[in-house]
Design a protein around this ligand. Structure first.
Ligand code: F6P
Length: 357
């Protein structure tokens, strides 16, 4: 065991923000990997809130048995406003000191990473693992939970399609993703949807209606239109407009949280294992303030702030001064990541357009 590994006697693990299938697989892998390296593990319950309220449990290797296949997170999760305030943060640091937690691995989305960097800056080295069904963390091509949520969405839409076919109907299906269209566009392609509305691409309602009328006249019986959530009034009203404009009876379904639960797929379990082992190794090697990312088929690490700023760049939410401390080379890297993400959506949308009729 190296000197730096010896320095770490105890680490904490938590899941924060919206839960995602595969978070349990992360908690298990982090725990087992750390124990394998001779390091104790504390499970922090309810995300960062557990650090504030001192809700911390010791995790042995057998405490994480039989959870790799379970959805949700057995440590529970929450979005914690108090942790955004300095007073809350200080309580969290006190809890870390009380239990002699030398570092933390936090699984979640961008809010979780903001918390992670706050902890790192206050002397608790923290590493983030992306866990969100939305796959909306720009620095990583993949976040744990995305595959399971998409597969569940496909199962749900397939069921709707059966009944649409029987009754010659259309179903507008609103899927999760917050502002990100990853679940929507992929499942639209996988389910043979006739249309898909996501924020990343322009959407022409009239063109879709005309296409549906033409296809119905050619004999098509079932129509699935996938719409990303975000505007709660849009999708339901859109279903009514389709019915009025096309004469095709149109139902509306909001899948909502149903796709956030359930047993994680192989993809999510294996990614959880790969990312968790990398996170533990980096933390024990003395690294901090990193987020573990997938690029291509590799697991890599990125500075959390670089990841957060890249995210703001992609979402057009940059604030004054955000880019000041980055070199031209780093900015180029950020732009390349954003461009690749945009291109990914354009490619999928084009594919969908060519075959959705
Ligand atoms: O970020 C994951 C997610 O499920 C989004 O897709 C969705 O918009 C949001 O969380 C819902 O949040 P909550 O569970 O707080 O309703």
């Amino acid at each position: 065991m190296s000197e730096t590994v010896k320095k770490f006697r105890k680490i904490g693990v938590l899941a924060s923000g919206g839960d995602a299938p595969g978070m349990n697989a992360v908690i298990r892998a982090v725990t087992r990997c750390a124990i394998e390296h001779g390091v104790e593990v504390m499970g922090i319950k309810g995300g960062y809130a557990g650090l504030i309220s001192d809700d911390v449990v010791k995790l042995g290797a057998r405490d994480v048995s039989n959870i790799v296949n379970l959805g949700g997170t057995f440590l529970y999760s929450a979005r914690c406003l108090e942790f955004k305030e300095e007073a809350g943060m200080q309580k969290a640091i006190e809890t870390c000191r009380k239990y002699e937690i030398d570092g933390i691995i936090a699984c979640g989305g961008d809010g979780t990473f903001r918390g992670a960097t706050d902890l790192s800056n206050r002397g608790i080295p923290t590493i983030g693992i992306p866990g969100t069904i939305d796959n909306d963390i720009t620095a990583t091509e993949y976040s744990i939970g995305f595959d399971t949520a998409m597969n569940t969405t496909v199962q749900m839409i397939d069921r709707l399609r059966d009944t649409c076919l029987s009754h010659a109907r259309c179903n507008v299906v609103e899927v999760m993703g917050r502002d990100a269209g990853g679940i929507a566009i992929n499942t639209a392609i996988a389910c043979g949807a006739v249309g898909c509305m996501i924020n990343e691409m322009p959407f022409d309602e009239d063109a879709l209606m005309k296409k549906m009328i033409r296809l119905r006249n050619e004999g098509k019986r079932q129509f699935i239109v996938v719409v990303v959530e975000g505007n709660p009034y849009y999708s339901e009203a859109f279903a009514k407009r389709i019915e009025e404009a096309t004469g095709i009876e149109t139902k509306f379904a909001r899948l909502a949280h149903v796709v956030r639960g359930g047993s994680p797929t192989l993809r999510d379990r294996v990614t959880a294992a790969r990312m968790s082992v990398r996170a533990v190794e980096e933390l024990l090697a003395g690294k901090s303030d990193l987020v573990v990312c997938e690029r291509g088929s590799s697991i890599v690490t990125t500075d959390i702030n670089f990841a957060l700023i890249t995210d703001r760049m992609y979402k057009n939410k940059l604030r004054d001064g955000d880019l000041d401390k980055y070199s031209e080379e780093e900015l180029e890297k950020m732009r390349a990541i954003c461009d690749a993400k945009r291109r990914g959506f354009e490619d999928l949308y084009k594919i969908m357009d060519e075959i959705s009729w």
